[in-house]
Design a protein around this ligand. Structure first.
Ligand code: FE2
Length: 94
């Protein structure tokens, strides 16, 4: 899993965070694949299957986000401050 450092130099916590973050990237990538395939096909039934699969990936992504939130205090703080906020986007992150 390590991409820039040798595994022996990394803690188990960093390794697990990398595993979860890489998996999150892959869930979003899968959503993009299914979105494109659903959009491109002319077959209504195949589109339905693609959309169903894409939406399953959303649950997978959120489960990973929750695991990351529980294991990354700064990410937890950012999510608490930004997600579901009613503030305008331009003021978030200031
Ligand atoms: Fe998935």
């Amino acid at each position: 899993m390590p991409r820039y450092e040798v595994a022996e130099d990394l803690s188990e916590g960093v390794k697990d965070l990398s595993r979860a973050r890489q998996s999150l990237i892959e869930e979003f990538e899968a959503m993009m694949f299914y979105d494109e395939r659903a959009d491109a096909t002319k077959d209504k039934d195949l589109r339905s299957v693609m959309e169903h699969n894409r939406d399953d990936e959303k649950e997978h992504a959120v489960l990973l986000m929750e695991w990351i939130r529980r294991h990354d205090k700064k990410m937890d703080k950012e999510l608490q401050e930004i997600l579901f906020s009613k503030k305008e986007m331009k003021v978030l992150g200031d």
